[in-house]
Ligand binder design. Sequence first.
Ligand code: 4NP
Length: 152
Amino acid sequence: MPAVLFVCLGNICRSPLAEGVFRHLTRHHTGGEPLLVDSAGTGAWHQGEAPDPRSIAVAARHGIDISGQKARQVIGADFSRFDLILAMDGSNLSDLNRMAPAQSTATVRLFLDAPPCDVPDPYYGGPTGFETVFRMVEDGARRVAEEIGIRV
Ligand code: 4NP
């Protein structure tokens, strides 16, 4: 089963939600096989921090606990440890392509590979932005699961 890394800028708003929703959706559908799933940020500003309280809150409203996650920055080893690295927006994707070591073996692409393509950064917006992000992430996570052969 492929190892999946979700990536945004800070690893406190969008990618922790994607990781949490993906884990939640797939939890009973991997035939007992452990899944390697993680999230990370292209930037290091929030390294070691828990997700943004607004992301924790929107996940909790949907029955998902992401409060135990800790932000970290993408490292070179991620490009061989993970099979699929999924960027939340085009800017994250460009950054990832710049960060990828020459010996990268991962497939690096947008998390939403069909329009609207970008999961908008909700950091400077209000709480409705987080609800919008949650819905987009739910759709995307479902599609990724199907793509890698997990029927949810
Ligand atoms: P994220 O959101 O990339 O979805 O985690 C952001 C979090 C923090 C910042 C920007 C985006 N920041 O500038 O600190």
